[in-house]
Design a protein around this ligand. Structure first.
Ligand SMILES: [Fe+2]
Ligand SMILES: [Fe+2]
Length: 273
């Protein structure tokens, strides 16, 4: 039987998007808004890939608790796809060439799909899930990374982050259940570390270009300070990022039950599931 704290279920975040929102919805800052916009552009494609790579092993899972968690994982990631797709449509209505950027991400994942080894695809999912977990933990833990967002945006990102932390062990446990190799897990983390940041940076720069701010020195300074100095979103990821390279690493080593319960409460969900 699954303990309450590990119960993973898909929820409707109840987003209406009825209000008028500013184009630069993250505290009026184009750089921060466009960084999150770039993340949102990749999510529907990345999450489809995560679901597929876990599903390919679903029928082989013996542990009933893990089988239940896999259903929850698929439910949550499917809901994230839908909500980010809705959000990306808002970005289209702002005039951003989202379709063009999405096509590039889609092409990349289609190329990865051609790899005939399902274990490699699951290893890549584990690596990308590690990135989402550590990023989401920082977003929820530090007010500077969510407070300046406008209401509906804040709800979208905090709901998504909460569920990423809730299901952080699932892909990894499926990988362990098929006796996935340490070598492939690390190789795929190295691939993910290079490609993910290149994709995010180029997509963010494209948003900046359409805002006419690609060569805005103030924005680049924001990227350096906000990302690397204070509050240093990206610098804060470093210790948790390197945990993944330990041979005995498991996502449950990052203790965030209190964070989960706190945010379930703040978002108006039942604290225990
Ligand atoms: Fe997700
Ligand atoms: Fe996820």
């Amino acid at each position: 039987m699954i303990s309450n704290i590990l119960k993973i279920s898909a929820r409707n975040p109840g987003l209406s998007w009825k209000k008028q929102y500013k184009r630069h919805w993250f505290g009026g800052c184009s750089l921060k808004s466009n960084w999150m916009n770039a993340l949102s552009t990749t999510f529907p494609y990345a999450e489809r890939f995560f679901i597929e790579s876990v599903k390919q092993y679903q029928s082989q899972i013996q542990d009933p608790e893990l089988a239940e968690q896999v259903k929850g994982f698929i439910g949550q990631e499917s809901a994230h796809r839908v909500e980010h797709d809705r959000f990306n449509k808002l970005l289209i209505s702002e005039g951003y060439p989202v379709k063009k950027m999405e096509a590039r991400v889609d092409k990349l994942f289609n190329w990865v799909r051609k790899n005939p080894d399902p274990e490699v695809k699951l290893a890549l999912t584990c690596a990308l899930e590690h990135f989402t977990t550590i990023l989401c933990t920082e977003v929820l833990k530090t007010p500077a990374f969510h407070e300046p967002m406008q209401d509906e945006h804040k709800r979208l990102w905090c709901w998504h982050c909460l569920e990423e932390i809730e299901h952080k062990t699932v892909a990894y446990d499926v990988y362990n259940s098929i006796k996935g190799s340490y070598r492939k897990r690390i190789i795929e983390m190295i691939h993910a570390s290079v490609v993910l940041w290149l994709v995010l940076l180029t997509t963010m720069m494209e948003y900046q270009r359409y805002d006419g701010r690609l060569f805005n020195l103030k924005d680049w300074w924001v990227l350096i300070t906000w990302g690397f100095i204070w509050p240093g979103l990206l610098t804060r990821l470093i210790p948790n990022y390197f945990r993944y390279y330990k041979k005995d690493y498991h996502p449950s080593h990052m203790h965030d039950q209190v964070l989960i319960e706190t945010w379930r409460g703040k978002l108006g969900f039942n604290k225990k599931d």
